[in-house]
Ligand binder design. Structure first.
Ligand SMILES: Cc1cc2nc3c(=O)[nH]c(=O)nc-3n(C[C@H](O)[C@H](O)[C@H](O)COP(=O)(O)OP(=O)(O)OC[C@H]3O[C@@H](n4cnc5c(N)ncnc54)[C@H](O)[C@@H]3O)c2cc1C
Length: 387
């Protein structure tokens, strides 16, 4: 049963598509405006932690996601130089048991397809492709819809235009780190890559994460290092092959030969300068609100950006359906996001540690039992969103 005027959602990424399904679940129609004429996802993987999959399960997506993802047995921290395992957090059935939801890894395109199929099948959701919406004024959206939306949701990513229209909103800034992403066939992967695990290899000033993408029998690899400022780094998107490769090899020169060989022989990685959105206002009156990267783009050190977008979407629909003010939504979500950001900042410090800090880190972690390491994630993965 439809509950009145629709919400207008700008952006059909993970935040926008999930938000449409969450509003529809509450009986609120959702009109999604996406600038791209066709939705396509860059070829990269995604870790979906239990706090995100709990919500996707409530949206009815789990059975289909289970067909395209794998549930790793563990998340391992491994020394990038010696390849010794420093710590291991159990996952797989352990995650389902402890956090009451699975931990999955998959190709982004598979998550997007599942969200899109669910949106297409839902009579309360409508996707408008090829429409760039820079103006959150309800009247300008009303001209397209021929009715006035009750709310405009800015889910338009780190470079959000909707954010520019919110007084006191945060700004996107370069984080000083650059990610390089590539996909590697199982046959080309170094022996240390484990198809049953998410492995974070740690080294001074850089780290590298590898996990399996079961559908394509490949590994998703993300290498994160310090990098140059955005304008210079953006020029690096189409660099002479050898320069980009050489810079990557330089950053990993003290690493184990298995990793160096892999980086030397793999296909050219895609370069992503990493930007963050600083803290600022998320809403304007009761008319416009931001979710996902538009509100709080964060570094991928805790692998939580998409998970936070999914939580935002679910909780926003709940607050709106209950007639609560946007200020209440923003307060509620900001404290959660701040805690996740600090966890990411801690991981950044710990993952890239050098010298004595690194020795201390390895010692402390190696003394902890897997269950005790898992308990550190209860607040994050066990989160029960407001429904
Ligand atoms: C290297 C890396 C690894 C990561 N790994 C993980 C991970 O493992 N787990 C995790 O949870 N997160 C991860 N993240 C974070 C995650 O990818 C993002 O937080 C998430 O994709 C953000 O989704 P979004 O929908 O908010 O934004 P986006 O995906 O950027 O979507 C925004 C959409 O809005 C559209 N749009 C923009 N402007 C307009 C406009 N004016 N009008 C209409 N449409 C518009 C865009 O075309 C796009 O479709 C990672 C990020 C990086 C960089």
């Amino acid at each position: 049963m439809s509950r009145g005027e629709p919400v207008a959602i700008v952006g059909a990424g993970i935040a926008g598509l999930t938000a449409a399904l969450c509003f529809a679940r509450k009986g609120i129609p959702a009109e999604i405006f996406e600038q791209a004429a066709v939705l396509s996802e860059a070829g990269a993987g995604l870790q979906l932690s239990p706090n995100a999959t709990r919500i996707l399960t409530r949206l009815g997506l789990l059975p289909r996601l289970e067909q395209v993802w794998s549930e790793p047995e563990a998340i391992n921290l491994v020394s990038g130089t010696s390849l010794r395992t420093i710590a291991s957090v159990p996952s797989g059935p352990f995650a389902r048991d402890r956090w009451k939801a699975p931990y999955g890894v998959l190709h982004r395109a598979d998550l997007q397809k599942n969200l899109l199929d669910a949106v297409d099948a839902n009579p309360l959701c409508r996707l408008h492709l090829g429409i760039q919406t820079d103006d959150p004024a309800r009247d300008s959206i009303a001209r397209i819809l021929s009715k006035r939306p009750r709310l405009v949701v800015g889910a338009d990513g780190v470079w959000s235009k909707i954010r520019n229209r919110i007084e006191g909103a945060g700004k996107a800034t370069f984080s000083g780190n650059v990610a390089r992403r590539l996909t590697l066939g199982e046959a080309d992967a170094p022996a240390v890559f484990d198809s049953m695990k998410v492995t974070a290899f740690l080294g001074g000033g850089s780290h590298l994460v590898a996990y399996p993408l079961p559908k394509t029998r490949s590994f998703n690899v993300v290498a994160i290092t310090g990098g140059r400022n955005p304008s210079e780094a953006l020029e690096d998107r189409t660099p002479p092959q050898e320069d980009a490769r050489q810079r990557l090899l330089d950053a990993f020169s003290s690493w184990h030969p298995q990793i160096i060989d892999m980086l030397r022989d793999a296909a050219e990685p895609t370069i992503w300068p990493l930007h963050e959105v600083s803290d600022g206002a998320w809403y304007q009156g009761e008319e416009v609100v931001l979710i996902g990267d538009a509100a709080h783009a964060m570094m991928p050190f805790a692998a939580q950006g998409a998970a936070m977008a999914i939580e935002d979407a679910f909780e926003l629909a709940s607050f709106v359906a209950d007639g609560r003010p946007l200020a209440a939504f923003a307060d509620h979500r900001k404290s959660r996001v701040a805690r996740v950001r600090s966890r990411g900042a801690f991981n950044r410090f710990a993952y890239h540690a050098r010298g004595p800090v690194r020795i201390g880190r390895d010692l402390v972690l190696s003394l902890r039992r897997p269950e005790s390491l898992a308990a550190d994630f209860d607040w994050l993965y066990g989160y029960e969103p407001r429904d």
